[in-house]
Design a binder for this molecule. Structure first.
Ligand code: PMP
Length: 367
C-alpha cells in the first residue's frame, strides 16, 4: 500500500507526524487551552446578522486588506494594550498560526533560521519546518523561565533570522519580563538584524500588561495575538499581529489574496462588538486558574506559576501514566512531553472540580 514516504515529498518531512492533540470524546476536555464558555446568545445572534449580510455579497471576493476588521482590532489593542495603534500597525490571518507562518515565509525560509526557548509552543518549530526555516532549540531554566544569559549566548552564537518569545509561555504558563524581551531584542539586533516575535496568545489571562508598547521605535519587534483564547472563538480562526507598518507591508508579499473569508471577517467583527462581555469570562477563568494553582498545591502537586488559562502541574515519575489515569476518570488533560509534567486548561468550575477529584484520586493511589 502506498504511504506518505512512497511519495516524492520533501526529505525533511519524511517520517514526521502532523501536529495534533488527541481529540477524545470524554466528558471533561481540558487539553487544548480553549475557553470553556460558549459564545453568549446575543453575540450568536449578532454573528448570524453580520454573516447574513456578508452572504449577500459572497459572489464577490472579500475585502483583501480586511480594513474594517483591522481597524476594530487596532481599537481593541489601543483600549487594552496601553499603546495607541492604528490599522496600519495591524495584520490579521486565519489564526495566529497563519500569522506566524506568514512571518516565517517573509523573514525565515530556506537558508535562514529561527530560535525558540523550549519547552514552548511546538508549532513554532513545525511552522519553521513547513517553511524550510532551520530551527534552533534555545534553553530555559529548570523553573521554566527564560535564562537571559544563556538565551543571549544562543542568539550571539547562532545569529538567527527570527527569535520567538512566547509570553505567557505554552505549556509552562510562565510570562517573560519586559526587560528580558528588550535585552533579547538588543542581542538579536546586535547579532544580525532579525525579527523578534512575541507570541502573546494568552496575554489577556496574564497578571502583566501586554508588551505592545515595546513596538514603538522597534521596527523588528512583532506582537502576535489571537481571538482563539480570550475571545472564546477558537473555531473562528482569527489571529492578528501588531507591529511597525513596514512589517504589515512585508507580510503582504506572501499572504494569499483574499485569505480571510468574508464570513470570517463578519464573524470576528461581531465578536469584537461584544468585547466587554467576553473579557468578563476571562476574569472568571483567571480566578478559576488561580484556584487550580492553590488546590493542586494543597493536594501536594508542584505547580508552575501561571499567567495563562492553563496550569502546568506535576511532578510525576511517569507523566504519561498519570495522564492515562486522569483520562480513565473522564478528564482529558495534555501531555506535552515535558518529563514529569502535565498541563490542564482552566475550565468551568464544575470541570475543574472533576479534574481536581481525579488528581486527588491518583495522588491517593500513589501514597
Ligand atoms: N501561540 C500559542 C502560544 C498557542 O498556544 C496557540 C494555540 N494553542 C497559538 C499560538 C495558535 O493559536 P491560533 O492559531 O488558534 O490563533
Amino acid at each position: 500500500m502506498t504511504g506518505i514516504d512512497d511519495l516524492p515529498i520533501r526529505d525533511e518531512l519524511r517520517g514526521k507526524s502532523p501536529y495534533g492533540a488527541p481529540q477524545l470524546d470524554v466528558p471533561v476536555q481540558l487539553n487544548t487551552n480553549e475557553n470553556p464558555y460558549p459564545l453568549p446568545e446575543p453575540l450568536v445572534a449578532r454573528i448570524a446578522e453580520r454573516v447574513t449580510e456578508a452572504a449577500r455579497g459572497l459572489n464577490r471576493y472579500p475585502d483583501r486588506d480586511a480594513v474594517e476588521l483591522r481597524t476594530a482590532l487596532a481599537a481593541y489593542l489601543t483600549r487594552t494594550g496601553k499603546h495607541p495603534v492604528s490599522v496600519g500597525n495591524v495584520w490579521a490571518a486565519n489564526g495566529s498560526n497563519e500569522v506566524l507562518q506568514q512571518l516565517l515565509q517573509t523573514f525565515g525560509g530556506p537558508g535562514r533560521t529561527a530560535i525558540g526557548f523550549e519547552p514552548s509552543y511546538s508549532m513554532h518549530a513545525l511552522i519553521a519546518r513547513g517553511t524550510g526555516t532551520g530551527w534552533i532549540s534555545g534553553p530555559r531554566n529548570d523553573d521554566f523561565r527564560v535564562d537571559l544569559a544563556a538565551a543571549e549566548k544562543a542568539i550571539a552564537e547562532n545569529r538567527p533570522d527570527v527569535v520567538f518569545i512566547t509570553s505567557p509561555n505554552n505549556p509552562t504558563g510562565t510570562a517573560v519580563e519586559a526587560e528580558t524581551v528588550l535585552a533579547l531584542y538588543e542581542a538579536a539586533q546586535a547579532a544580525k538584524p532579525s525579527l523578534v516575535v512575541v507570541d502573546e496568545a494568552y496575554v489577556e489571562f496574564s497578571h502583566r500588561d501586554s508588551l505592545l508598547p515595546l513596538i514603538e521605535g522597534r521596527p523588528n519587534l512583532v506582537i502576535s495575538r489571537t481571538m482563539s483564547k480570550a475571545f472564546g472563538a477558537a473555531g473562528l480562526r482569527l489571529g492578528y499581529l501588531a507591529a511597525h507598518p513596514a512589517v504589515v507591508d512585508a507580510v503582504q508579499l506572501v499572504r494569499l489574496p483574499y485569505h480571510l473569508s468574508a464570513v470570517t471577517q463578519a464573524t470576528a467583527l461581531a465578536a469584537l462588538e461584544h468585547t466587554d462581555t467576553l473579557l468578563g469570562y476571562v476574569e472568571q477563568l483567571k480566578s478559576e486558574r488561580d484556584r487550580l494553582v492553590t488546590e493542586l498545591r494543597a493536594i501536594g502537586c508542584e505547580v508552575t506559576p501561571s499567567d495563562a488559562n492553563f496550569v502546568q502541574f506535576g511532578k510525576f515519575d511517569d507523566s504519561h501514566a498519570a495522564w492515562q489515569r486522569i483520562l480513565d476518570q473522564g478528564v482529558l488533560v495534555r501531555d506535552n512531553a515535558v518529563p514529569g509534567w502535565l498541563r490542564v486548561t482552566a475550565g468551568t468550575p464544575e470541570e475543574n472540580d472533576a479534574f481536581l477529584d481525579a488528581v486527588r484520586a491518583i495522588k491517593k493511589e500513589q501514597s
